[in-house]
Design a protein around this ligand. Structure first.
Ligand SMILES: C[S@@+](CC[C@H](N)C(=O)[O-])C[C@H]1O[C@@H](n2cnc3c(N)ncnc32)[C@H](O)[C@@H]1O
Length: 302
């Protein structure tokens, strides 16, 4: 597979890592290896995870060039299982999640994330139980309304959910273009003129089909047990729901103002980014994906 993916905010991540003290790094969203490669180049050992099957072929190439790299095809929410199964005993000095999907996946018709191509409705990065097809053809009106409202931030999600229920009585919604046709017929106003009207409905389906927000929450709870003191945790998110989860998690477990632990805690995060970091002008010019990226960084203390 040709690699079309450009990694986001590499400079902002690399310049924050002290490579003299970063022996072991976890890239929980390996993708096309853009971030992993930069970290390997600076001498750290890296473990890459990705649940997308086709990430493995890119990873295997990496593995042959760099013996300090291991890849496991896995959901990052299962980090504890990966560690146990592979008998990994070292803890991490740095962790990165660069959330969402890669440009490679956007071009991959087997995944079906793009509204530019007419392909079967799946939207799964891995083989999940629920696909976009199942959501549209089986979910109740209440559930549809909830996902379009919460994950798509569509103000008239009630009207859209109602319309889907009526529409599917006589039509099977099989492909991305069937869904676009439905969106047009629904006469729901999808708001912004800046983005394609299908962007938000597609986002809602993708988040639900991949259980994206739950995975992130589970990972954040699990990861702390695998971190060394002073480990840095970097999270790049691409929409406000993810960013809010990260922000609140760091805040809930933050150190006090004087950098001591909160009551009853023996660990905590020093928040290094009060506001999320965004890509600089140069990067925005060269990589449109970077436009919505927000990076938060925290230091783990125990
Ligand atoms: C934005 S891309 C990462 C790109 C990568 N940082 C690079 O520079 O090439 C996000 C990747 O995370 C993967 N991903 C998303 N959710 C995941 C999860 N829960 N577990 C593992 N991988 C996941 C996707 O399959 C995708 O390959």
């Amino acid at each position: 597979m040709d690699n079309l993916h450009k990694p986001v905010m590499v400079k902002e991540i690399i310049e924050r890592i002290d490579f003299n003290n970063c022996n072991f790094f976890l890239d929980g969203t390996f993708g096309a290896g853009g971030h992993t490669n930069e970290i390997l180049l600076r001498g750290s050992k890296v473990i890459g995870l990705d649940n997308y099957k086709k990430a493995e072929s890119i990873a295997l190439k990496n593995k042959t060039i760099n013996k300090k790299f291991d890849f496991y095809q896995s959901n990052f929410k299962d980090i504890d299982k990966v560690i146990k199964k592979n008998r990994i005993t070292d803890k991490f000095d740095g962790v990165l999640l660069d959330l969402g999907f890669s440009s490679n996946q956007l071009q991959d018709n087997d995944v079906g994330l793009s509204f530019k191509n007419d392909v079967p409705l799946k939207m799964n990065y891995a083989d999940y139980e629920i696909s976009a097809y199942d959501i549209l053809n089986d979910y109740s009106e209440e559930k549809l309304e909830k996902i379009f409202s919460e994950y798509g931030e569509i103000s008239n999600s009630k009207k859209l959910a109602k319309f889907i229920i009526t529409y599917r009585k006589t039509n099977e919604i099989k492909s991305t273009f069937d869904f676009i046709e439905l969106l047009k017929k629904s006469r729901v106003n999808f708001g912004s003129n800046r983005i394609n009207f299908a962007t938000k409905p597609f986002q809602a389906l993708r988040i639900e089909a991949n259980n994206e927000l739950e995975n992130l929450k589970i990972f954040l709870v699990k990861i702390k047990q695998f971190l060394n003191n002073n480990a840095l945790i970097f999270i790049i998110s691409f929409h406000s729901l993810e960013d809010r989860i990260v922000k609140n998690h760091f805040k809930n477990y933050s150190l006090k103002r004087d950098l001591t632990f909160q009551d009853n805690q023996v660990w905590g995060y020093e928040i290094l980014t009060k506001r999320p970091i965004t890509a600089d002008r140069d990067e925005l010019k060269n990589n449109p994906r970077a436009r919505s990226a927000k990076l938060r960084v925290a230091r783990y203390k125990c």
